[in-house]
Design a binder for this molecule. Structure first.
Ligand code: LMR
Length: 404
């Protein structure tokens, strides 16, 4: 049929999303041996996406409540935003006491990034955004959508499988004052490579000296070394009294992917600034989705604010973190046995859900087509998708494609 007004005649088919597109292909794959190591989702030892007990208990408690489902404030409820601030900065942080922190509930981490970038673009429209090479594929898309030109700073060193501090500092010297620098607080996506505490010190010094605007993405707090440890860089930035943007997500750490729970937090110089910044965040939210949804955030704030549930959550988070570590260990051992002489130490040195395997796009494709093992074409493997039932199969397949 020909349309009377051919509006869509020239609309091209968009490229498949490098992560969500693979997840769709995995769902459609009929191979019983299929393994999903593509999307950043934590599976438990039985290969299931867990419903955390703390979340189940919060759900049970909320089920008995019959509060009206009215509109929430544009920035979300204070019980939630205050709990987020305490989680990120520590309960009695002076920045919270001084009222210089602005926080709004967002549609998960992606929504926090989008809201923060849109706000920043209205403040620094001439800025360039600097992202690590590589970074989460969607960072570039969201930054571009907000209007920023995007450049990369060196990050991953393919020769060592580690962090390239000198390269990063060299590239940040090229940034101009007021440019935005996107940082991953912990469990870098996609590489799993994080700077050490000393290296962070050098990065923070450079950002301060060059008057760059740090934007911290923290989607895996507690998956690396622990809740405190993984949030340390935020407190170190806060000490310098710099303007800092923070996008956090509870998708992974609460296993609440579909609820889309996150927040945008901005550290400002004083309470007056914080109030003005929050008013601007509300303006962006209103023009985007108006007000945030209730359910997921009420689960998270119930868990964070109720001491027994909070303890339970931290235990469950530790279980997830330790299982991922165990899988890293097992994968390293199995691959080392399969391919003697090859160094797989990077697998246990990297942190969080992801391991950058060094596998090429062609090898990733071979894994998918010949073994129904789905990894991202950049070579990123989601270690949290491994378990004792699939790890031998995966290690044998990876070794086979690496041997060619
Ligand atoms: C990932 O990197 O796989 C996750 O953050 C999920 C996503 O939205 O891409």
């Amino acid at each position: 049929m020909t349309a009377s007004f051919p509006l869509f005649a020239e609309v091209p088919l968009a490229a498949r999303d490098p992560i969500l597109g693979l997840n769709e292909a995995y769902q459609a794959d009929a191979n019983p041996k299929k393994v999903n190591l593509s999307i950043g989702v934590y599976y438990d030892a039985a290969g299931k996406i867990p419903v955390l007990s703390c979340v189940q208990k919060a759900m049970n408690a909320l089920a008995g409540q019959t509060a009206p489902r009215t509109y929430q404030p544009m920035e979300g409820p204070a019980v939630y935003t205050q709990a987020v601030q305490k989680l990120l900065l520590g309960a009695d942080h002076p920045a919270i006491r001084d009222g210089r922190v602005a926080t709004a509930q967002t549609i998960a981490g992606t929504g926090a990034l989008k809201t923060g970038f849109d706000l920043l673009f209205s403040i620094i429209p001439k800025a360039t955004a600097w992202v690590s090479n590589p970074t989460w594929d969607n960072h570039r898309a969201i930054l571009g959508g907000a209007g920023f030109p995007v450049e990369t700073y060196a990050y991953y060193d393919a020769t060592t499988g580690g962090f390239d501090l000198a390269g990063m500092l060299r590239d940040l010297e090229r940034a101009k004052a007021g440019d935005l620098v996107l940082l991953h607080a912990c469990c870098h996506n996609p590489t799993g490579v994080d700077p050490t505490a000393d290296e962070w010190g050098r990065i923070i010094d450079t950002i301060e000296q060059r008057k760059l605007v740090p934007f911290i993405d923290i989607a895996y707090q507690g998956f690396g070394d622990g809740l405190q440890e993984d949030g340390e860089v935020i407190r170190r930035f806060a000490e310098r009294n710099l303007p800092v943007f923070i996008a956090n997500s509870f998708s992974k750490t609460f296993s609440l992917y579909g609820e889309r729970v996150g927040a945008l937090t901005v550290l400002t110089a004083n309470a007056d600034e914080a109030q003005r910044v929050l008013s601007q965040i509300k303006r962006v939210v209103r023009a985007s989705y108006s007000t945030p949804p209730i359910f997921g955030a009420s689960l998270v704030s119930t868990v964070l604010n109720q001491p027994d549930l909070r303890v339970l959550w931290e235990e469950e988070l530790a279980t997830m973190r330790n299982r991922i570590r165990e899988m890293r260990q097992m994968l390293r051992e199995r691959l080392s046995a399969q391919v003697p002489g090859r160094n797989y130490d990077y697998i246990t040195q990297q942190r969080g859900m992801f391991s950058y395997s060094g596998l090429s796009a062609a090898q990733a494709q071979k894994l998918r087509e010949d073994y129904a093992i789905y990894i991202v074409e950049s070579g990123r493997i989601c270690v949290a998708g491994l378990n004792t039932s699939n790890i031998d199969y995966v290690a044998e397949a990876v070794a086979a494609v690496q041997k060619g």
